[in-house]
Design a binder for this molecule. Structure first.
Ligand code: TYD
Length: 222
């Protein structure tokens, strides 16, 4: 088969970043974007919920309005569908490195772990929303690598205290974040190859070196 040149170009990469609120993802996401750009890669920086005009509207609802856990899960997945269709899939098709601040693991951790919503329903929604037609039929889109910044909830709470007005999730008690962490751990256990688990209590420099190591191990940065 003769593939067009674009289909043979550098494949896109999809990297997600996870952790409880206060785990300190943001600076490392920006630094990683610069590292990829320095090696000539085009980077799409994005976040969830959000990343498109529609998904950002849904984000505002999810982060600020009180709603039951199923409504919350449906809104998060609706935002994800739009984000995948409008932004992530086109960026991957162009060969971009997509760096996404949170993805579906956050739904399993926050709505599943934190709020106790049914994990089977979340799995069903994941299959539905992330299914994508590829060259060999349908597959479920997942990040190629997920960097999990693991931090004890009490340390995260101290980091967040006084920094800004907390949103709906940031205002939750420590027990909520313990369940969120447990949710992340369960997700890691179902797909350990996809995850890099990084101890986020260490210094920023140490954490950055771990982030770099995880990406280099995949052969994506020299
Ligand atoms: P966050 O990514 O921490 O952004 P910021 O740094 O601007 O606060 O905030 C997003 C919040 O949304 C966070 O508390 C986790 C929550 N969330 C869910 O509950 N479910 C999801 O599926 C996603 C992606 C995020």
């Amino acid at each position: 088969m003769n593939l067009p040149l674009s289909a043979m170009a550098t494949p896109g990469l999809f990297i997600s970043f996870e952790g409880i609120d206060g785990a300190g993802k943001s600076t490392h996401i920006d630094a990683l974007a610069r590292a990829f750009e320095a090696q000539g890669r085009a980077v799409t920086l994005t976040r969830e919920p959000g990343g498109t005009p529609l998904a950002e509207k849904l984000r505002a609802l999810v982060l600020n309005d009180t709603m039951d856990a199923m409504t919350e899960a449906l809104l998060v997945f609706a935002a994800r569908r739009d984000h995948l269709q409008q932004l992530i899939e086109p960026a991957l098709a162009r060969g971009d490195v997509v760096l996404c601040d949170r993805f579906t693991d956050a739904t399993f951790a926050y709505q599943g772990g934190g709020r106790g919503f049914d994990l089977h329903t979340l799995s069903f929604l994941e299959q539905l929303v992330q299914s994508k037609r590829g060259l060999e039929g349908y597959f479920v889109r997942q990040p190629d690598l997920t960097i999990w910044f693991e931090l004890a909830p009490d340390i995260a709470a101290r980091r967040l205290a006084g920094v800004r007005v907390p949103d709906k999730f940031e205002a939750q008690p420590a027990a909520f974040f313990s369940r969120v962490s447990e949710g992340y751990l369960q997700r890691l256990q179902t797909d350990p190859q996809r995850f890099a688990r990084i101890a986020a209590a260490n210094s920023r420099e140490t954490v950055w070196l771990e982030v770099l190591r995880a990406v280099r191990q995949k052969g994506w940065l020299t």
